[in-house]
Design a protein around this ligand. Structure first.
Ligand code: AMP
Length: 446
């Protein structure tokens, strides 16, 4: 099936094409026609199935007809989601899918200043994506006018119930126009969800997508417990394995993505970086080079990597452990796609232990802790921290680039008389490689 057969607006279709999607996911194929036909909908699908587009694409198609040239104000659509992260993720999707439409979009959630949100609500922003608590608060203060509302989406409804949002949601929904289309998405169809659908929906159609193979269950995962300053050296060490031929490395911050990429390049490993500070052209080139094999490693941030659809990724490396379990599942779902094999490796520092435990609870299983064979865990003194300010030149006591730690012998070496480097792509783990002794000695002298 193609997106063209679904009856979507031409500008929405264009955006779908821009996103690089070639065919609808099962939830999209099933849900989009129902939403376009005007039905209320219960969508049972998990994150990662493409459910955001399943409700956004038909909703934008319908909004396109209403908002005309965009000057027509009035909030027509409200999406309620449990967390700020999800709200921001939906916003990002809506903006991408609505990029060719004169659509205004705003988010509402707690923990940040409210004035901008109040203005957005008062200005009749076309589409609002909100967490229930702050939304109810602002509605109670008469900051919102939903009299023209036509579409309501309750995303991750089961999670909202778990989080105790039912009373807030009830209050919000009661003050919305009765005549509206309501779409409810949930990972499970429980008794409580059924109650909710009876209360909020009219003759809803049910679209249930069988559980997608959860990457957390199929991808081989392990963890290296390591101090932060050893991460660059460990990454290089691992990359000596030629089996790591198409590697997606995740970093939390844009600048560290650049730094990791630079460090690998300096060691002769073809690498590209992908994050939102890079221009569209740079991002496209990075992806193209990664897909074609022109670069072996792609270092990306979560946001930039969302929607990356590349077959054949051999390894995902969580260089920085993700803050949220959902991000972990998204990240590791990038491997094991085409040929269902793939490894997900996570670097876990002492500070990440809490998140690791939370993740294990989330995916319902423990993750194997591994020791990197042949890697000298004692090799790098703590002061060679990767977060030190970058020197102009990698010379002198302040002048170590990240990854200079690789000039230490991986076996502990004691006296360190024989520098061994990880600068050879696909090289043998223990192979000594001649390096300028001066640099090594400077390193040693610290
Ligand atoms: P979601 O379940 O909405 O969180 O979507 C999961 C991921 O799938 C996101 O990274 C989307 O960008 C991506 N995605 C959504 N629809 C498609 C599609 N039809 N083809 C490829 N990727 C998609």
């Amino acid at each position: 099936m193609s997106f063209h057969s679904l009856g979507l607006d031409a500008k929405v279709l264009q955006a779908v094409q821009d996103a690089g999607y070639t065919e609808p996911t099962p939830i999209q194929a099933a849900a989009i026609p129902q939403v376009l036909a005007g039905h209320d909908l219960i969508g049972i699908a998990q994150t990662g199935t493409g459910k955001t587009a399943a409700f956004t694409l038909p909703m934008l198609t319908k909004l396109a007809a209403v908002i005309g040239d965009g000057r027509q104000r009035g909030t027509r659509a409200l999406v309620i989601a449990p967390t700020r992260e999800l709200v921001l993720q939906i916003e990002e999707n809506v903006k991408a899918y609505g990029r060719h439409l004169p659509l205004s979009v705003a988010t509402v959630f707690g923990g940040v200043g409210e004035q901008q949100q109040i203005n957005a609500l008062r200005n009749g922003t076309h589409l609002i994506i909100a967490c229930p608590g702050r939304l109810l608060d602002l509605m109670g203060r008469r900051c919102a006018d939903f009299s023209q509302l036509q579409y309501l989406v309750l995303d991750e409804a089961d999670r909202m119930l778990d989080m105790g949002f039912l009373p807030s949601i009830r209050q919000v929904v009661r003050s919305l126009p009765q005549k509206r289309q309501t779409l409810l998405f949930s990972a499970t169809l429980s008794k409580e969800i059924e109650v909710l659908t009876h209360e909020f929906q009219r003759a809803p159609k049910l679209v249930q997508i069988g559980r997608r193979a959860n990457p957390a269950e199929t991808v081989t995962q392990f963890v290296y417990e390591i101090s932060k300053n050893l991460k660059p050296a460990l990454l290089l060490h691992l990359l000596r394995d030629p089996g790591m031929d198409m590697v997606l490395v995740f970093s939390r911050m844009k600048h560290s993505a650049d730094r990791i990429a630079r460090g690998l390049e300096q060691k002769g490993i073809r690498t590209a970086a992908l994050h939102s500070n890079r221009s569209q052209n740079q991002r496209l080139k990075a992806l193209k080079d990664f897909k074609s094999g022109a670069v072996r490693v792609l270092v990306a941030t979560d946001i930039a990597a969302r929607g990356i659809d590349v077959d054949g990724i051999s390894h995902v490396v969580n260089y920085d452990f993700p803050m949220h379990a959902e991000d972990y599942v998204h990240r590791i779902g990038r491997t094991g796609r085409a040929h269902a094999v793939g490894d997900a490796i996570s670097f876990v520092t002492p500070e990440d232990q809490g998140e690791l435990r939370a993740l294990e609870r989330f995916i319902g299983r423990g993750i194997v802790r591994k020791k990197a064979e042949g890697f000298n865990y004692a090799a790098v003194p703590p002061q060679v921290a990767e977060d030190r300010p970058r020197p102009q030149q990698s010379r002198g006591p302040q002048g170590h680039r990240p990854f200079s730690s690789q000039s230490r012998p991986p076996q502990g070496g004691g006296g360190g008389s024989r520098p061994v480097s990880g600068n050879r792509e696909g090289g043998n783990e223990h192979r000594p490689v001649a390096r300028p002794a001066g640099r090594f000695q400077r390193f040693r002298s610290r």
